[in-house]
Design a protein around this ligand. Structure first.
Ligand code: PRX
Length: 651
């Protein structure tokens, strides 16, 4: 395996003793040990039979004629079938007499609470779909959603799905530049946004970013035709006549039926960072995504009618698509949603909501768990967390210390903890333990989900022996896999099926134990994982070099106890300039958003380059981590630069 993250993940590599499945949990689990074994075998040996049986739980306007058509690397699932995800997530439950069942409970940062039953959510979605149609949105048109975590985000996604308009959700923490890039890349002419959101008691201005992004896109010949604006923060914002419409005015009483779409009709695009500066539009389609997201939610989160499931992920990320929205709704279960910061007004906020709403299943990120842990056991101890019965982790490797804290302090030593490994590209969880089946090994994600065939390979594509680190690859296609990189099949092939012949590989290293537990070791490419947010070093570098005082920049990750990784930037100034670190941080924030702001900056006298001019990041990572330089420095044009860099103050 190549190099990059090895330094940062050593602390999680020790093998931990396994924690058995609590007997009481196993007895009531949605999936039993025997069923996992049988289903897994069938899913791998006869995938058509297995997935056909799972797909029958859903409504198909036209039945499919073939389960899978696999022309590597292009897959089509449930070929010829017509369905609609919004129909399956809403109408199907209401028609089955479950309209009164709670679908969504939302709490705002200020403490206001809203609840929607399935019948009410359907009504909202159908009215929004009608409004979108009136605005001119047609089947196939891409709609950009740039909203805070409010019910209108859920409603908008489902309304798009209802009319077959693929959504492209842009994380509300991204700035205008990032919104503009995504608008242009997706060719999106419609936007749904809000007059603002709330975070730590402060207003997040969203509409001005949309205005700016629309201006940038129009300058490139791609105007935005319609903007729906949710009135949420009570702000007096400029509205552009003819283009901008208030959500509450644009929606009438009329409703729009779900439109049958082909199983392979695009459901959404989600832009994510790869190793280059240009984010990739990951394309997910309807039928396969629907079936696997529902199945994994059922098996992993064990949802039942008595549950209230809180997946804390923002809808701007894949976890917010698959598990804050689609998965639980497809199962007809209840979702909890929260807008705001996890520590507002204090570190008890999450636990206060768990107590008040009787949340039963909680799915969050290691970075949040670590920050709660740092604030001690006393805060959660003040709340009644007895409603919780299952805990999940996602987004980055979880260190055993945080895992144990989560299980003991939040889970009262009674809740199973699942550590789920997956990616934007995979659409659904790939590796985890099932809460009623597998003993959990802290720091180790676990075993493959149905239909997933992982292989730990070396660069030549040879399978490695147990316990040896290599590339984490997947051998067979699975229903919720990405179909392509939007508009760029070649980039899809190159990025995911190009590195090692015949298998899917998307950037992580891993090792596998003798009995099949997979430990994910982190990224082996130039993708950073900062507090569970995925960023490419190249993206941050291009933002930095756009600054007039910067000639060149090299960005690497530095292991960070809280964030997993922090952003470390080496910048080479333009001749005669002395860039100010605070100014550079603000500059990157304005372009990409706060998530991409460098934590550490070294104004470098020079960068370590090979004679052919390639920057040797390996050495920069060592300097950033404060480690001694290891490896062959003889290929460097000027090996002395390493010493000078290590001595330059970090700002
Ligand atoms: O490096 C892995 C890490 O997050 C990457 C995917 O990021 P993204 O597409 O933003 O999706 C995040 C949420 C699914 C992976 O390549 N990652 C995610 N979950 C885990 C993880 N690393 C280790 N353990 C996990 N449970």
């Amino acid at each position: 395996m190549t190099h990059s993250q090895q330094g940062g993940i050593e602390h999680i590599m020790a093998t931990e003793a396994r924690i058995p499945v609590p007997e009481a949990f196993a007895q009531q689990a949605n999936v039993t040990a025997e069923q996992y074994r049988e289903w897994y075998r069938e899913s791998v040996e006869s995938p058509d039979t297995f997935w056909d049986a799972r797909a029958r739980d859903f409504h198909w306007f036209t039945p499919y004629t073939q389960v899978l058509d696999w022309q590597p690397p292009f897959a089509r699932w449930f070929v010829g079938g017509e369905t609609n995800l919004s129909y399956n997530a809403l109408d199907r439950h209401v028609e089955a007499g479950r309209g009164d069942k709670r679908a969504l409970v939302w709490e705002g940062e200020g403490g206001d609470v809203r609840e929607y039953s399935y019948a009410q959510l359907l009504e909202e979605v159908a009215r929004t779909a009608a409004a979108l149609t009136r605005l001119g949105v047609k089947k196939g048109d891409r709609v950009t959603i740039y909203l805070p975590m409010i019910p209108e985000a859920t409603i908008s996604m489902l309304a798009c799905a209802r009319i077959g308009a693929p959504h492209s959700v842009v994380f509300g923490g991204f700035a205008a530049g990032a919104v503009a890039d995504r608008l242009m890349a997706s060719g999106s002419e419609f936007v749904i946004t809000a007059d603002g959101g709330w975070r730590k008691g402060e207003l997040v201005p969203l509409k001005p970013a949309v205005d700016e992004a629309a201006r940038l896109a129009a300058a490139q010949g791609q105007p935005v035709r319609g903007v729906l604006v949710v009135q949420h923060a009570g702000q007096n914002i400029p509205m552009q006549p003819g283009r901008d419409h208030w959500w509450h005015e644009a929606r009438g009483e009329d409703t729009q039926e779900a439109v049958p779409v082909d199983s392979e009709h695009p459901l959404f695009l989600l832009y994510t960072s790869g190793s280059t500066g240009k984010p990739k539009g990951i394309l997910h389609t309807t039928g396969g995504y629907m079936v696997n997201v529902a199945l994994t939610t059922h098996a992993i989160f064990d949802l039942k009618d008595s549950d209230l499931f809180w997946c804390t992920a923002d809808v701007g990320w894949i976890t917010g698509h698959s598990y804050s929205t689609y998965g639980p709704l497809l199962l007809g279960q209840s979702i909890f949603m929260y807008e705001g910061a996890h520590n507002h007004p204090d570190w008890g906020r999450f636990w206060d909501m768990v107590e008040r709403h009787r949340i039963t299943v909680l799915y969050t990120a290691p970075t949040a768990i670590r920050s709660f842990m740092r604030h001690g056991d006393e805060t959660p101890a003040q709340y009644d967390l007895s409603s919780l019965r299952l805990l999940g982790s996602v987004g980055e490797p979880i260190n055993p210390q945080a895992w144990h804290w989560y299980r003991r302090v939040i889970g009262g030593d009674r809740c199973p903890v699942v550590d789920t490994w997956w990616q934007t590209e995979t659409g659904a969880v790939m590796l985890t333990t099932l809460p009623g089946v597998h003993a959990a090994e802290p720091g180790t994600a676990g075993v493959p989900m149905f239909g997933i065939v992982p292989a730990i390979l070396n660069q030549q594509g040879e399978e490695l022996p147990a316990d040896e680190g290599g590339f984490l690859t997947i051998r067979q296609p699975w229903p919720s896999m990405l179909r392509t990189v939007y508009g760029d099949d070649e980039r899809f092939r190159r990025s995911y099926y190009g590195e090692i012949e015949g298998v899917y590989f998307a950037g992580d290293g891993a090792r596998r134990s003798e009995d099949g537990y997979v430990t994910v070791l982190g990224r082996v490419d130039d993708v950073l994982n900062v507090s569970g947010h995925r960023l490419s070093t190249a993206e941050v570098e291009s933002a930095l070099v756009a600054h007039p005082q910067v000639a060149e920049a090299a960005v690497v990750g530095r292991p960070d106890e809280m964030k997993g990784e922090s952003i470390f930037a080496f910048v080479l100034p333009q001749e005669g300039e002395t860039p100010d670190a605070a100014e550079l941080r603000a500059y990157v924030s304005r372009q990409l958003g706060k998530v991409a702001r460098p934590d550490h900056i070294v104004v470098a006298p020079a960068l370590p380059k090979t004679r052919s001019g390639k920057i040797m990041r390996r050495f920069l990572r060592q300097i950033a981590a404060g480690r001694t330089i290891e490896g062959d420095t003889s290929t460097l044009d000027d090996p002395g630069v390493l010493k000078r860099l290590a001595e330059t103050p970090v700002q």
